[in-house]
Design a protein around this ligand. Structure first.
Ligand SMILES: Nc1nc2c(ncn2[C@@H]2O[C@H](COP(=O)(O)OP(=O)(O)OP(=O)(O)O)[C@@H](O)[C@H]2O)c(=O)[nH]1
Ligand SMILES: [Mg+2]
Ligand SMILES: [Zn+2]
Length: 368
C-alpha cells in the first residue's frame, strides 16, 4: 500500500463501519461488490485523492467517465474504487449517494452549491471567546448546518481567555435555544470531556468556523497528536489569516471521524429554506399570528413578528439578520434557477451540435 505524506496520527487498522459505512451504503454498493472496493474520501489533493479503505489508506485518481459526468468526489464521500493489480493503481469510478451534503451555501458554477463535505452527521460550529463570538455570525452558520441535514453543536473555544465563561454563554444563548453550546479550551485541554458523547464509532463530525478560532488545535487535542499545523501563538493576531488550506478527515482512536476545514471566508445561505426556518423557529412561531399569510414582517399592519420585537420577545438584530438571510436565500434560489435553465440550454446546444455532426457525416457519406 502506498504511503501518503500526510500525518494521519496513530491509525489503527481501518474498519469501514467505524467510518460510517452502514446498510445504506452497503446496499448502494451491492452492484459493485464483486469487482470493486469501497472507500471513503479523506482528502482531496491537487492531483489525487486520499481514500480510506479496509485496512489502510491509499492514493486514488478519478476515472475519465466520472470527470466527464461532472462528478467530483468531496471529502466524506463513500466511493467505488477500481484496483488494478498490474499497475497497483486505485481509481474512483463512482460516488455512492450521499446521506447529507454540507455546502458553503454560496453558489458557484451554474447555480450548484459548493460542497464542503459529504455524509456529515454533526457539525461543530467553532467560535472563540473574543470578537469572533457573534450571535449574527452563528445564525448564519446554524442555517447552513440545518439545511445540510447535519446536527449543529456550538463550541466556544479559548475559554481560558475569558474571566467569565458564563458571560460567553449568555452572549449567544438567545440565538441557540435548541442547540448545545459547549465551552472549552482546546489549548489548555479543558472542557474536552463534554465532547465525548458526540465522538462515537460511525459518526462523522465536521469542524467549521472562522480562521483562527482553534479548529486545528482542537483536532490535535482530540487526536492527542500533532497532526495539524496550527497558527503559532505569537504570530496569531485575530486577523484571520488562514492556516489550514486543505480539508481533511482524521480518525479518532475510539472510532468516528473528524474533518478539519479551512476557515470559512464567506458563509452563504444555500438554496434550501429549511435551514432558515429551523434556525429562526421563534420567528416562524410568531409569524403564524400575522394578519397576512404572506406577511414579510417589514411594515405590514397586524404583523405579529414586529409586535414580538417591540414586546422584547425577539431582538431587533435577530429579525434584521433573518430578513437579510431571507433575501439572500431568494437571490441564491433565483441564481440557481437561472443556472439550471442555462444548463438546460447548454444540454440542448450540445444535443443539437451532435445531431448536426451526424447530419454532416451522413452528408459526406452520401457524397462519397
Ligand atoms: N488561548 C487560546 N488559544 C488557542 C486555543 N485554541 C487555539 N488557540 C490558538 O489560536 C490560534 C489559531 O489556532 P488554529 O487551531 O490554527 O485555528 P484554526 O481555526 O485551525 O485556523 P484556520 O486553519 O486558519 O482556519 C493558534 O495560535 C492557537 O494556539 C485556546 O483554547 N486558547
Ligand atoms: Mg486550521
Ligand atoms: Zn409578519
Amino acid at each position: 500500500m502506498k504511503k501518503a505524506e500526510f500525518n494521519r496520527g496513530k491509525i489503527k487498522k481501518i474498519i469501514l463501519s467505524d467510518l460510517g459505512w452502514d446498510e445504506y451504503f452497503e446496499s448502494s454498493f451491492a452492484p459493485y461488490k464483486n469487482n470493486y472496493i469501497a472507500g471513503r474520501v479523506a482528502c482531496r489533493q491537487r492531483t489525487h485523492y486520499e481514500v480510506y479503505i479496509k485496512g489502510g489508506y491509499v492514493r486514488a485518481g478519478i476515472s475519465g467517465a466520472l470527470k466527464k459526468a461532472g462528478k467530483s468526489p468531496a471529502v466524506g464521500d463513500f466511493a467505488v474504487i477500481l484496483y488494478q493489480s498490474e499497475t497497483e493503481n486505485y481509481t474512483i469510478v463512482n460516488i455512492l449517494p450521499r446521506k447529507t451534503e454540507f455546502s458553503r451555501g454560496v453558489s458557484k458554477n451554474e447555480g450548484q452549491n459548493q460542497i464542503i463535505a459529504a455524509n456529515v452527521d454533526i457539525v461543530f460550529i467553532v467560535t472563540s471567546a473574543g470578537k469572533d463570538l457573534n450571535p449574527r455570525r452563528l445564525e448564519r452558520y446554524l442555517s447552513l448546518v440545518y439545511s445540510s441535514g447535519a446536527k449543529p453543536v456550538i463550541i466556544i473555544n479559548k475559554s481560558d481567555l475569558s474571566k467569565s465563561p458564563d458571560e460567553l454563554l449568555e452572549k449567544i444563548s438567545s440565538v441557540c435555544t435548541d442547540v448545545s453550546i459547549l465551552t472549552i479550551s482546546a489549548l489548555n485541554k479543558t472542557g474536552i470531556k463534554q465532547l465525548d458523547s458526540y465522538l462515537k464509532p460511525g459518526i462523522t463530525i465536521a469542524l467549521i468556523g472562522s480562521s483562527g478560532v482553534g479548529k486545528s488545535t482542537l483536532i490535535n487535542t482530540l487526536l492527542k497528536d500533532y497532526v495539524q499545523e496550527t497558527c503559532d501563538v505569537r504570530e496569531y493576531d485575530e486577523k484571520g489569516h488562514h492556516k489550514t488550506t486543505v480539508r481533511q478527515m482524521f480518525l479518532l482512536s475510539g472510532g468516528g471521524v473528524v474533518i478539519d476545514n479551512p476557515g470559512l471566508r464567506e458563509v452563504g445561505i444555500g438554496t434550501s429554506g429549511e435551514g432558515l426556518s429551523e434556525t429562526f423557529s421563534d420567528i416562524k412561531e410568531f409569524s403564524q399570528y400575522c394578519r397576512f399569510s404572506d406577511c414579510r414582517h417589514k411594515n405590514e399592519p397586524g404583523c405579529a413578528v414586529i409586535k414580538a420585537v417591540s414586546d422584547g420577545n425577539i431582538s431587533k438584530e435577530r429579525l434584521e439578520t433573518y430578513l437579510q438571510l431571507k433575501s439572500e436565500l431568494r437571490f441564491e434560489q433565483e441564481k440557481s434557477e437561472i443556472g439550471l435553465s442555462r444548463m438546460e440550454k447548454k444540454k440542448w446546444k450540445s444535443i443539437n451540435a451532435t445531431s448536426r455532426d451526424i447530419e454532416n457525416i451522413k452528408k459526406r457519406m452520401r457524397e462519397l
